[in-house]
Design a protein around this ligand. Structure first.
Ligand code: GLN
Length: 490
């Protein structure tokens, strides 16, 4: 059945209003988004599992009880990246290693989404174990960018971003270890928030780099990201790194006055090489901000230069320990082996893990091995400390940091799959923030002449998501509003 564009094009905030006024029911809204998934999936491939029956049943149950204003996401369809455990649905983390795994418990984020009244409609595609920047390392299929189907959607939360952009859902959850929410949001023309490390529970999320992983929302507007974030953020006793810092009251958000704002622009990020269209859109975004009275000042953050090296040592080291559990005995796919334990381990891991996951395990195991620990892991931890201090210093002087998200727009499939180092370098705009731990918001700055969206990001002090979102709302009102994606093929 053709989906109803009047329902699928609504933002979360608009859909909430319609639901509360009973203009339409949750079942109608959820059905429209499920139909839209059916319609667009052959081209986009954003979902790994569509929870059609369960979602329709959940929506019908909500409708039966009637609209509930006290629930911030009442009746609203939301997707989650396939690293969040959802009861009754498979979780693969984009890996063959977890094919067939049905979790016996649910992620903290998912429990809170349900408590807030949300309906989970689908589990979205990602790079295997969230390792990647293009969704090409999904063990199942790549996701395509709705703006141009021959391009990647970014990653690792590529399915989440492509789904939002294709109007498959008004809201989504992803995870960001080194940019995996902000970068696909930028490449697909949507908004993505990486909250402060510890702000959103990691309980029940398949781990990649545990000291960096953070869950957060993607949506089509900054306000919608705020709604989703507010519904899930806050302490969770089941995640030992979850923070007890009180959550700010997000019920009334007011954009700040432009003339009072000072943004720091790190030279290390702004003075590199950019694609011409990206450069044009970013320059015009800066001009618009300045003419509105926002002060933009260049600063130096020298340790950013070492962030890619430090991140790929720390993230790989943590990945190698997190993935050690998938041995075919206690967890994960089990290959037959040749009658001894070693061959069972070897064959299970060879069959279960793709090339990028293996590369990370090898890199990480090497960096942690005795004799190399000081040269790699300890050094990377020292760089991390420097980055943290540099962020604190700059954010002590300025309100926010303004940075690009990606120096190039969505790229053609296969551009970097054989060149991991170049691919890693492209993450330089996003991963310093993960090393520092603070929150960052990526929002569309405009569309290039190539028809591809360009994102820009703002980063702020730890646990200050509210002023970050408010500043994001101000910028959103200044930047051009993107049309619906064109689904151009090639
Ligand atoms: N591209 C980065 C990596 O491959 C970030 C991924 C992420 O944030 N999950 O590690």
């Amino acid at each position: 059945m053709a989906s109803d564009p009047n329902l699928t094009s609504l933002t979360l905030a608009e859909a909430r209003e319609g639901l509360l006024k009973r203009d339409f029911s949750s079942a109608e809204l959820v059905r429209a988004t499920l139909d839209r998934i059916d319609e667009t999936e052959p081209r986009v491939q954003a979902c790994l599992h569509v929870l059609r029956d369960k979602a329709l049943a959940d929506a019908a149950a909500l409708d039966g009880a009637g609209p509930d204003r006290s629930k911030p996401l009442w009746g609203l369809p939301v997707t989650v990246k396939d690293v969040f455990l959802v009861r009754g649905a498979p979780t693969t983390a984009g890996s063959r290693m977890l094919s067939g795994y049905m979790p016996g418990f649910e992620a903290g984020v998912v429990t809170r989404l349900r408590a807030a009244g949300a309906v989970i409609t689908a589990k979205t595609n990602l790079d295997e174990f969230a390792m990647g920047s293009s969704t090409e390392f999904s063990a199942f299929r790549p996701t395509r960018n709705p703006w141009n189907l021959s391009r990647v959607p970014g990653g690792s939360s590529g399915g989440a971003a492509a789904g939002i952009s294709a109007r498959q859902a008004p809201g989504a959850f992803g995870t960001d270890t080194g940019g995996s929410i902000r970068q696909p949001a930028a490449l697909c023309g949507c908004v993505g928030l990486k909250p402060t490390y510890g702000r959103v529970s990691r309980y029940g999320i398949v781990a990649y780099g545990s000291s960096l992983d953070q869950a957060g929302p993607l949506a089509r507007t900054v306000g919608d990201c705020g709604m989703l974030f507010g519904a899930v953020a806050g302490p969770d006793g089941r995640d030992s790194t979850s923070s007890r810092v009180p959550l700010e009251d997000l019920s009334a958000m007011t954009p700040p006055e432009a003339s009072k704002l000072r943004f720091a622009l790190p030279r290390e990020l702004w003075e590199g090489r950019f694609d011409t269209e990206v450069e044009k859109v970013l320059s015009s975004a800066r001009r618009v901000m300045e003419s509105a009275g926002i002060r933009l000042e260049a600063v130096s953050m020298p340790s950013i230069r070492y962030s890619v090296a430090a991140y790929y040592v720390i993230a790989a080291a943590e990945a190698s320990t997190n993935l050690a559990r998938y041995d075919g005995v206690r967890y994960g796919l089990r290959a037959p082996g040749r009658g001894d334990l070693l061959s069972l381990y070897r064959e299970s891991r060879t069959e279960g893990l793709g090339p990028e996951a293996r590369r990370r395990i090898l890199l990480g195991t090497f960096a942690l091995s005795s004799g190399y620990y000081d040269a790699y892991y300890r050094k990377a931890a020292q760089v991390r400390r420097l980055i943290h201090e540099e962020y604190a210093r700059i954010l002590g002087e300025f309100d926010f940091i303004l940075a690009p998200v990606s120096s190039i727009p969505a790229w053609p499939f296969g551009s970097f799959t054989d060149d991991p180092l170049t691919q890693y370098q492209l993450d330089v705009m996003t991963l310093p923030l993960n090393l520092a731990g603070g929150p960052g918001l990526s929002l569309p700055a405009g569309l290039g002449a190539d028809g591809l969206p360009v994102g820009i990001q703002i980063q702020g002090p730890h646990f200050r998501e509210k002023p970050l979102l408010e500043a994001g709302m101000l910028l959103e009102s200044m930047f051009p509003r993107l049309p619906e994606p064109a689904f151009v093929s090639g």
